[in-house]
Design a protein around this ligand. Structure first.
Ligand SMILES: [Zn+2]
Length: 83
């Protein structure tokens, strides 16, 4: 499940980047009908944040079971090394 969330986060970033590329090309082409691109961009951004929040909230220390609040190498609660 966590792997799926990570994969979805990567996909949403890719969609976001491609979407902005398309939007940029359209604007350079003096085409201002970018409503669809804006919506896709916002959706991909929302999906990305949901995935990041999910990964953060489910990322627990294997030693004490507390939610990891940092991406550090050691648990801030028990000081044990976490992968
Ligand atoms: Zn811990």
């Amino acid at each position: 499940m966590k792997k799926t969330a990570k994969r979805l986060a990567v996909i949403s970033v890719a969609v976001f980047v491609i979407d902005w590329g398309v939007m940029g090309l359209k604007l350079l082409d003096n085409d201002y009908l970018i409503t669809a691109e804006v919506i896709i961009g916002l959706i991909s951004l929302a999906v990305f944040w949901v995935c990041i929040m999910y990964i953060k909230l489910t990322d627990r220390c294997p030693n004490c079971g507390k939610t990891k609040l940092s991406f550090g190498k050691y648990c801030p609660y028990c000081g044990k090394e976490i992968n």
